[in-house]
Design a protein around this ligand. Sequence first.
Ligand code: PNS
Length: 168
Amino acid sequence: MSDESLEHIALCPGSFDPITEGHLDIIRRASKMFGKVIVAVSAEAGKQALFSIAERVEMATEACHSISNTEVDSFSGLVVEYARKRGAVALVKGLRAVSDFEREVQMALMNRRLAPEVYTVFLVTHPDYAFLSSSLVKEIASLGGDVEALVPASVLRRLRSKQDNCGT
Ligand code: PNS
């Protein structure tokens, strides 16, 4: 990457319900490509979310603590409007498989139409995390499976306390 890109701000937007090691791999790599990365947690994930917006922001903040040029924030409304408000030039997204491609390209093209000056940058997920998703983590954890290597400690703790509160 050029020195110039290190002056730029990028967003890593998502629901982060919850943040996983796959997300963190993308955030770490984005933090080396841009001067600052804002991990933008969508408040819109709403009713289907396991974790509240406050919990999702807290977990992401703890998990990103050691990645120096990151900030975690929440947003509501259009992601491109939030990008404009924060002066971000790019949205960085992870691509796992062909199954992600259609939805992600659709969103990228729509975002481009809404805000042509905000670029979408895709990073291909690390093969170790190609199978990983927040939904699978929630399902496996709720059925008592081991997700320790797949999520940061901040998430594991909260997943376990949700299970305890559900009496499982
Ligand atoms: O982690 P996810 O669920 O794949 O993240 C999707 C997210 C939050 C990035 C996307 O739904 C989004 O940008 N939502 C904000 C509302 C918006 O701008 N919608 C139009 C997208 S074309």
